[in-house]
Design a protein around this ligand. Structure first.
Ligand code: FE2
Ligand code: FE2
Ligand code: FE2
Length: 168
């Protein structure tokens, strides 16, 4: 593929992916303001932008999606980098600026990305057995475990009802 078009597809993909989440937030606002038809409109367009994002991602898929061993390794490196570099920096600035809610979000994200990295690392080391086992994801902070659902999330303290199971 020609480099400029490739670059544009990637940019378009990022834009559409952001629009998806933005429009879902707009839909929630419309619900709060009791304008249900507008909420539906935002949800419908969000779904359409998700279609666009997926279509564009597919056009550059060979660039982004590699074989599973490589994808695991890249995902591990990203989690490690974000938990060791970006989030600690973001946290420091949020604390300096007295932004408590952002500081909490960044510190919990930093911690959970560290756990994500460990899960990838174990998959890379082939610690995962052949059995297919469910994961449980905290819907407050993003902590993930392949063990039992904890009574309280070890990162944010959320109760067990806040966990969503992926797999069965
Ligand atoms: Fe779109
Ligand atoms: Fe992560
Ligand atoms: Fe949590």
């Amino acid at each position: 593929m020609q480099p400029k078009t490739q670059d544009n597809i990637y940019k378009a993909f990022i834009g559409e992916a952001k629009a998806y989440f933005r429009l879902l937030a707009y839909a929630e606002k419309a619900d709060e303001e009791a304008v249900p038809q507008i909420a539906l409109l935002f949800r419908a367009i969000a779904e359409a932008e998700r279609v666009h994002a997926t279509r564009q991602l597919n056009l550059v898929k060979d660039l982004i999606v590699k074989d599973t061993d490589t994808n695991l390794e890249e995902s591990f490196q990203r989690e490690k980098s974000i938990s060791e570099n970006e989030y600690p920096d973001f946290l420091k600035t949020a604390e300096e600026e007295g932004e408590a809610a952002a500081a909490l979000a960044f510190s919990q994200a930093r911690d959970t990305e560290g756990f994500h990295a460990k899960l990838y690392e174990r998959a890379i080391m082939h610690v995962i057995k052949d059995e297919v086992k469910a994961y449980h994801v905290c819907q407050v902070c993003g902590y993930v475990t392949d063990k039992k659902i904890p009574k309280k999330c070890p990162v944010c303290g959320a109760p067990e009802e806040k966990f969503k199971t992926i797999g069965s």
